[in-house]
Ligand binder design. Structure first.
Ligand SMILES: *[C@@H]1O[C@H](CO)[C@@H](O)[C@H](O)[C@H]1NC(C)=O
Ligand SMILES: *[C@@H]1O[C@H](CO)[C@@H](O)[C@H](O)[C@H]1NC(C)=O
Ligand SMILES: *[C@@H]1O[C@H](CO)[C@@H](O)[C@H](O)[C@H]1NC(C)=O
Ligand SMILES: *[C@@H]1O[C@H](CO)[C@@H](O)[C@H](O)[C@H]1NC(C)=O
Ligand SMILES: *[C@@H]1O[C@H](CO)[C@@H](O)[C@H](O)[C@H]1NC(C)=O
Length: 378
């Protein structure tokens, strides 16, 4: 009897659910040529850059193994590669991989700059992919709705104006909206008038920007990539890694969550005074002061002091005296320059340790390339 049960169990496929796209597995190319061949013609390739014997990579591997069954392999493939294999050393370096695992996407042949930094759970990754390949754009079909969207100062909106959803440019716009679904809000306004399509991004601080290039997918992609990210984006705990990872001094506006006015003022001043320092020398962001109140407390400040501006150089931090004074021409620039200079010289007070250096990509999630080269046993 026991023997019978054992035989029976061994006959049952061990992967559930096996009913959808069977025999579709994570692909493990062993050369760049093979990788390129696999990606070619696919709508989306998800590439997991990992390293053998890295426990974080192994953990993610178990999760991504569950993914292929949910997708049609003619459209979506999941690939995993070992950056420590000689065949991929150069490819990984070319893709700026400095930590394992890193998950990147190639969508419609475009290597996306952003990486997947969400939760390492089957559901979360699946839903990210679903949004990417089949993003639905809310359709605005009357002027009132358009006015309402334009009045929303809290979100970066990209609005496409089309005569019909059958339009090719609408289809391109829809695809691009999937790529940037985490960064911006997308809307389509459908109305049968002349001179369409038009694509524009709404910026409450600096005014609208209209796309004037050729309306093919590559040009729309590049324009949206450059314009959908505001000059001063919001940092939250969910997206912090991306800003912190660059280790460029952070210029931070702490604001009351309902106070967009100070964000707009700050953005205008950043635009007029220190735009040349972005993004090469500093990163300018705004945060909800209440969510980041521990960071404020660290500097002996509270939400009573909002709005306020700080610079954190990852060594030390400085607070800008009085928010209203950013309106005095040159003040913010001087503050930024002096702070960076003083931090570089090392002549600062130890009581003002960096606050944000503690938010670096976590060794609980990643192994870093430098560590691998230092000690080989990871
Ligand atoms: C590296 O690529 C070559 C083909 O270009 C292949 O024959 C070889 O097996 C690969 N090496 C590894 C370790 O996968
Ligand atoms: C998978 O996608 C291809 C190409 O779009 C299509 O021809 C095929 O019917 C799809 N298969 C399934 C199972 O959906
Ligand atoms: C934020 O502003 C609102 C409205 O002005 C106010 O009611 C609230 O108390 C403020 N919150 C903080 C943390 O200051
Ligand atoms: C905060 O207050 C404490 C105690 O008064 C002081 O030791 C520390 O230097 C202060 N920190 C800052 C950043 O002002
Ligand atoms: C901040 O600066 C403005 C303009 O110089 C001034 O009117 C205001 O009183 C200052 N606020 C504080 C708290 O010092």
């Amino acid at each position: 009897m026991i023997l019978f049960v054992l035989v029976f169990i061994s006959l049952v496929p061990n992967k559930f659910p096996f009913y959808f796209h069977e025999h579709h597995k994570v692909l493990r190319p062993n050369s760049v040529a093979e990788l390129r061949k696999t990606i070619k013609g696919r709508e989306l390739a998800v590439i997991v850059f990992g390293a053998k014997r890295c426990r974080h990579s192994n953990h993610l591997e178990h999760i991504v193994n569950e993914l292929p069954q949910y997708f049609n392999k003619s459209n979506v493939v999941i690939l995993s590669l070992d950056c420590r294999s000689e065949n991929f050393t150069k490819y990984c370096a070319d893709n700026n991989i400095n930590k394992f695992p890193t998950m990147k996407m190639v969508y419609l042949g475009i290597h996306m700059k952003t990486e997947y930094r969400g939760q390492r759970k089957v559901e979360a990754i699946k839903s990210y992919i679903d949004k990417l390949v089949d993003n639905e754009i809310p359709i605005l079909d009357d002027i009132d709705k358009l006015i309402e969207v334009r009045a929303d100062n809290n979100h970066r909106c990209v609005i496409g104006f089309f005569s019909s959803t059958k339009n090719d440019v609408f289809q391109n716009f829809k695809k691009v909206s999937g790529i940037f679904h985490e960064q911006c809000y997308f809307y389509a306004f459908i109305n049968d008038v002349q001179q369409l399509p038009v694509i524009a991004v709404r910026d409450s601080a600096l005014g609208d920007e209209i796309f004037t290039g050729k309306q093919d997918i590559n040009n729309i992609y590049q324009w949206v990539r450059d314009n959908c990210k505001p000059l001063v984006p919001e940092m939250t705990f969910d997206n912090a890694e991306e800003f912190i990872e660059q280790q460029k001094p952070l210029l931070i506006l702490y604001r009351n969550i309902s106070d967009m006015e100070s964000v707009n003022q700050f953005t205008k001043v950043v635009n007029s005074e220190i735009k040349d320092l972005l993004p090469g020398s500093i990163t300018a962001i705004h945060v909800d002061g209440s969510a980041f109140r521990n960071a404020l407390r660290f500097a002996n400040l509270t939400v009573e002091d909002l709005p306020l501006i700080q610079i954190d150089t990852f060594k030390t931090h400085y607070t800008f005296g009085n928010f209203t004074e950013i309106l005095y021409s040159g003040k913010l620039r001087t503050f930024v320059k002096n702070s960076i200079e003083s931090s570089r010289s090392g002549l600062y007070d130890d009581g003002r340790k960096s606050i944000f250096s503690r938010l670096k990509p976590s060794s609980k999630r990643y192994s870093f390339v430098e560590e691998f080269t230092k000690k080989d046993e990871l």
